[in-house]
Design a protein around this ligand. Structure first.
Ligand code: ADP
Length: 226
């Protein structure tokens, strides 16, 4: 379970990015966080992976306060949360196989596990045929599918996808949502952020709407109504 308790974030230049945000996410939920650019979505996600600290309030992962964790606990937390970003963040000089293998090695997987799991996870995102290509040889949608494969290969409990469809056309956007839904059905918690109305209407399910650092709506079966 993830729990934000009255979380505020004020950046050093006095920008109030989050203003008293409280909500929780249950295991295996699919939650979409929607709001215009600047609403605070990315800041919210950064706090969850301990990339930044709240100015006040607390963020809990299960019963642990994320911002009171030591280094070892923080790396354990990050291994339990797979991340996907708008800009893919693949390593250009490595093949698709090597990009995913690299993430697995970083989390202590053996060569045998890498050889077995990389083809499998690429099948899951329908990219088995691109295993030996470099990111520069793939379309945006394909790159994002590699990034998703990399995020899920170590079987994290939570997938955090921060504007994953921001650079994609509607067909590829639909494909990414379909894959995230599939991952959710396989038992992972998914947290998706977007500013795109089409994405929200496509995903369905729980929608948290943010505006100027605040949650203005938290709907079980939401639509984008800013
Ligand atoms: P979103 O992801 O919804 O677009 P962000 O969380 O990125 O929103 O940003 C929320 C607000 O905080 C915006 O006004 C943004 O300009 C500001 N902001 C984000 N990061 C920083 C930073 N490192 N320093 C100062 N202001 C920031």
């Amino acid at each position: 379970m993830i729990y934000y308790d009255k979380v505020s974030k004020v950046y050093p230049d006095s920008t109030v990015a989050l203003d008293g945000v409280s909500f929780s996410v249950e295991p295996k939920e699919f939650v979409t966080i929607v709001g215009q650019s600047g609403a605070g979505k990315s800041t919210l996600m950064k706090l969850l992976i301990a990339e930044d600290r709240p100015t006040s309030g607390s963020v809990f992962f299960e019963s642990s306060n994320i911002h009171r964790m030591n280094k070892k606990e923080t790396s354990r937390l990050r291994r339990r949360i797979g991340t996907v970003f708008q800009d893919y963040r693949l390593i250009p000089g490595k093949t698709v196989y090597e990009n995913i293998a690299f993430a697995m090695e970083a989390s202590g997987r053996t060569d045998g596990e890498v050889a077995a799991d990389v083809p499998h996870v690429l099948e899951l995102v329908d990219l088995g045929h691109k295993i030996w290509n470099f990111p520069g040889e793939l379309s945006g949608g394909e790159r994002q599918r590699v990034a998703i494969a990399r995020a899920i290969v170590t079987q994290p409990d939570v997938i955090l996808a921060d504007e994953p469809t921001g650079n994609l056309d509607p067909a590829n956007t639909y494909e990414i949502i379909r894959i995230l839904r599939k991952i959710n059905e396989l038992g992972r918690t998914v947290i998706l952020t977007t500013h795109n109305k089409g994405v929200v209407d496509e995903v369905g399910g729980r929608v948290i709407t943010m505006e100027k650092g605040k949650i203005v709506r938290d709907a079980k079966d939401g639509k984008y109504i800013l």
